[in-house]
Design a protein around this ligand. Structure first.
Ligand SMILES: [Zn+2]
Length: 125
């Protein structure tokens, strides 16, 4: 992923920060978590993601009208340009295939969607 400021250097995720989630563009105020890539194992990071997906889906499952989840975003603004550009703190940079392989993310969503009876129709790349 190239830096959105200079378009020349690549972006690197910071070793710690905050990851946020949206589902069909919606989120709860609990749909975020901190990460620390130096202290946490991939299993711990996966467990945090799963916990927040469950948190949202259990809330969403109470809705009368529950269209399938077609748009899932998992992003952070805690990236830095290797050239040192200042990155807007409101940037939404995807952590798919950076912190979480797309396949792992999709698997967790499919498993939890099934438990809550919510359709997951995603095309994560
Ligand atoms: Zn840059």
């Amino acid at each position: 992923m190239y830096c959105p400021v200079c378009f020349q250097n690549t972006m690197k995720i910071r070793s710690s920060g905050v990851i946020k989630l949206t589902f069909n563009g919606k989120s709860r105020n609990t749909s975020l978590f901190t990460y620390n890539l130096q202290k946490e194992s991939q299993e711990q990071l996966d467990a945090k993601l799963r916990e927040k997906i469950v948190d949202f889906l259990s809330f969403y499952s109470e809705f009368m009208n529950k269209p399938p989840i077609k748009n899932f975003e998992c992003f952070s603004s805690d990236f830095q340009c290797t050239g040192g550009c200042k990155i807007d703190i409101n940037s939404k940079l995807s952590v798919v295939n950076v912190v979480y392989p797309a396949a792992v993310m999709k698997q967790i969503l499919l498993e939890e969607g099934k438990k809550f009876g919510i359709g997951i129709e995603l095309n994560l790349s």
